[in-house]
Design a protein around this ligand. Structure first.
Ligand code: G
Ligand code: G
Ligand code: MN
Ligand code: NA
Length: 258
């Protein structure tokens, strides 16, 4: 298949770039972290969105080298933000990890190597994975996640609430953060059912997990989420995913001396 051949070539030809979406403290409005989101600048097709090539990368196994590339690139970038000023020392980086990557035998060594090589403190890195990851291959996944966490990395469940929602895995897996899927957030401003998101936020509080609301687009959503104790927000209301240089500007605008 043409796109698959192109995808292989894209890695060696440096056609991928990483954009970053701010994650904002609901309490202070400060940018506390960013999520790395990969983009493909195809020489003829232009910008190909991840929804079109991540599934292909997963099916072909290319997600492993691609995933490591995204991790290395974003860690490198996050270190420069830390060096730029005191207030940014704690800026966190969140990177998506596919199921296929978690089955990679040497994933933990690779991640540890990238942290060493780039100098990013493990405490600043979060790996995001979907619920489905936690439901397959229990033992091995648990061993991998535990080893990652032992490095000091934090683990987030992405798109929380959309998967099988076997809540028992929250007890069996070392999870730190729930990222609430944007479909729940949307209901806060469209008159849909809001009981579920309240329940998820309370669950997070009970389990002492950080809660991140995704896809915040309207001030009203922000208000309701803040009132219910959601810790962190992400969405177009704050900023879409943007190039690294734009993150620098946003950080500079926010800092008192910048
Ligand atoms: O902005 P958005 O179109 O970037 O992302 C679409 C989807 O692609 C999201 O579900 C996101 O999790 C996924 N995605 C973006 N970047 C990466 C990545 O580096 N690795 C993996 N596995 N998924 C990614
Ligand atoms: O699946 P994951 O959560 O990793 O990917 C985030 C996806 O959500 C990306 O495609 C990103 O561009 C998109 N996104 C981020 N903020 C918003 C938002 O406020 N509204 C909508 N509709 N999409 C968003
Ligand atoms: Mn994500
Ligand atoms: Na998500």
């Amino acid at each position: 298949m043409r796109l698959e051949a192109d995808l292989r070539k894209a890695l060696t030809d440096d056609q991928f770039i990483v954009h970053y979406q701010p994650m904002v403290s609901m309490r202070t409005g400060e940018i506390t972290g960013v999520e790395a989101l990969v983009r493909w600048q195809h020489p003829e097709r232009g910008l190909v969105p991840p929804n079109e090539f991540i599934p292909l990368a997963e099916a072909t196994g290319l997600i492993r080298p691609l995933g490591l590339w995204v991790l290395r690139e974003s860690c490198r970038q996050a270190v420069t933000w830390a060096a730029a000023g005191d207030s940014r020392r704690g800026l966190k980086l969140s990177v998506n990890v596919s199921a296929r990557q978690l089955q990679q035998d040497d994933l933990v060594e690779q991640v540890a190597g990238i942290l060493r090589e780039t100098g990013l403190p493990a405490q600043r890195l979060t790996l995001e994975m979907t619920e489905s990851v936690l439901l397959e291959k229990g033992e091995e996944t648990l061993a991998t996640l535990t080893a990652l966490r032992d490095l000091g990395i934090r683990l987030a469940i992405d798109d929380f609430g959309t998967g099988y929602s076997s809540l028992s895995y929250l007890h069996s897996f070392p999870v730190d953060i729930l990222k609430i899927d944007r479909s729940f957030v949307e209901r806060l401003s469209t008159g849909g059912d809001t009981a579920l998101i309240s329940t998820i936020l309370r669950l997070g509080q009970t389990m002492k997990l950080e809660t991140v609301a995704e896809g915040i687009e309207h001030p009203q959503e922000l208000l309701l989420l803040r009132r219910q104790g959601c810790t962190t927000g992400q969405g177009y209301h704050f900023s879409p995913p943007v190039p690294a240089a734009r993150i620098e500007e946003l950080l500079a605008e926010a800092s008192p001396d910048g």
